[in-house]
Ligand binder design. Structure first.
Ligand code: MF3
Ligand code: CO
Ligand code: CO
Length: 293
């Protein structure tokens, strides 16, 4: 696939992050590097071709079908293993592969994270209770392409703390996505999330981050959910990454259980997360796993 080059002004900051002007940096190399080559070389970021984007979009639409169906199943009394069975079977039925299964030893096909579990909960014999919040995080591989998304659901009737943290986590993802545009930076995305969530008296988890995605599960760049405006990699069209802020009602500190996966808040407070796979476009962004927030 031929690279479509993106116009950067001679006096714009160089996308390689050197803080020099483009004309005094990468533009000046003897053999002028295309943006695609520059991002690969400087950051190990793969800018996606139109064909790759279409593949990720198809994986994303399968993912959203399965996630919508999971939402309909959620009720008190449901066993988390039943969510795993459903996600696994729907993924295979569509000719796809559940990326979590056996990923670095993860034993199941989906992450199911309840209440104070921040992420990477392992489905098993735990039963959903009225008033719980539960995040379901799904990653299918369809025709070799990965899409990654999650939502946090209410089980039965939510209490005030559950309503608050789920609302703030959803808004956090929304604000993070709205900061995505060519010329903006990853620091702008992190700042949008952190300033909002902390302004609401909540905390942002630091140990887990969003990530490039599409031809592998976890690619460059790392997408921090905290940061400073103007810092970090400059966003350019063709970048595909997740934004997946984990927001705690209490403090940000966490520990991982003896199963080596389940991450829980140290203070036992509720934690909620929403995740979408986002493409940087010429004008802004497009979600490849779209849902309303
Ligand atoms: N889906 C998670 C993410 O958003 C990663 C889960 S890794 C697993 O990056 F092994 F736990 F599945
Ligand atoms: Co992810
Ligand atoms: Co995920």
């Amino acid at each position: 696939m031929k690279n479509r080059s993106v116009k950067i002004g001679r006096n714009d900051p160089c996308p390689c992050g050197s803080r020099k002007k483009y004309k005094n940096c990468c533009r000046n190399s003897k053999k002028e590097l295309s943006l695609k080559e520059t991002y690969k070389k400087q950051y190990d970021i793969v800018l996606k071709s139109p064909k790759q984007i279409e593949g990720i979009r198809r994986a994303g639409s399968l993912l959203m079908q399965i996630l919508d169906d999971v939402e309909q199943m959620i009720r008190p009394g449901l066993v988390t293993e039943e969510i795993n069975t459903f996600v696994h079977e729907q993924t295979i039925r569509a000719g796809a592969i559940p990326a979590p299964l056996n990923y670095r030893g993860f034993p199941k096909s989906v992450c199911v994270s309840i209440n104070d579990v921040i992420c990477h909960g392992i489905p098993g014999n735990r039963v959903l209770q009225d008033g719980d919040i539960v995040n379901v995080d799904i990653t299918p591989i369809l025709d070799g392409y990965y899409a990654d998304a999650s939502k946090t659901f209410f089980v039965g009737t939510p209490g005030p703390n559950a309503k608050k943290i789920v609302s703030i986590a959803g808004n956090s993802l929304k604000l993070g996505m709205e900061a995505v545009a060519p010329g903006a930076t990853l620091g702008d995305v992190g700042y949008a999330i952190q300033s909002y969530a902390e302004g609401q008296g909540c905390s942002v988890v630091r140990e887990f981050v969003g990530h490039g995605v599409g031809i592998d599960f976890h690619e460059q760049p790392q997408v921090l959910h905290f940061g400073s405006p103007g810092k970090g990699v400059i966003l350019v069209p063709g970048m595909v990454f997740t934004i997946e802020p984990m927001i705690n009602l209490g403090k940000k500190e966490l520990h991982v259980l003896a199963d080596k996966w389940t991450a829980v808040t140290n203070d036992g407070s509720l934690s909620a997360q929403f995740e979408q796979t986002v493409l940087v476009t010429e004008n802004g962004y497009e979600s490849l796993t779209p849902y309303d927030l």
